[in-house]
Design a protein. Structure first.
Length: 124
């Protein structure tokens, strides 16, 4: 793997050379990332005493952590959306529906939907 590559002197320079900023926040919140296959190349070159299985195991762990980070990012985005106050939908004079889950909240004007936790705003 990577026989024709020119490797920097140390792993930190390798990471700096092949990492990139996730400007569009597709995978992260704008953090610097490096593709998993580049990490494999780095491990193979700078840690040549690792067996191919150890390198595969490390790549597997990195992929799993990447998936966990992506899931946490989705959850964080959902929490941010739920915490953004939204105006309830008026059903009639005394009944209101949550704009997120559509459940009725009666005439009680609480700050949050009692079913899904959506933050509510009653005035503009």
């Amino acid at each position: 793997m990577g026989e024709n590559m020119n490797y920097p002197e140390n792993p930190v320079d390798f990471i700096n050379q092949y990492s990139f900023i996730d400007k569009h926040e597709i995978y992260t919140n704008g953090a610097e990332v490096i593709p998993v296959f580049r990490v494999g190349q780095m491990l193979e070159h700078y840690m040549s005493d690792l067996t191919p299985q150890q390198i595969k195991d490390m790549q597997f762990c990195l992929r799993e952590k990447s998936r966990e980070c992506a899931e946490l990012r989705r959850e964080l985005q959902e929490l941010k959306e739920r915490d953004t106050a939204k105006r309830p939908v008026e059903f009639d004079e005394h009944w209101y529906k949550c704009p997120r889950c559509g459940k009725y909240s009666g005439g009680l004007k609480g700050n949050f939907c009692h079913m899904c936790g959506q933050r509510l705003k009653w005035e503009d």
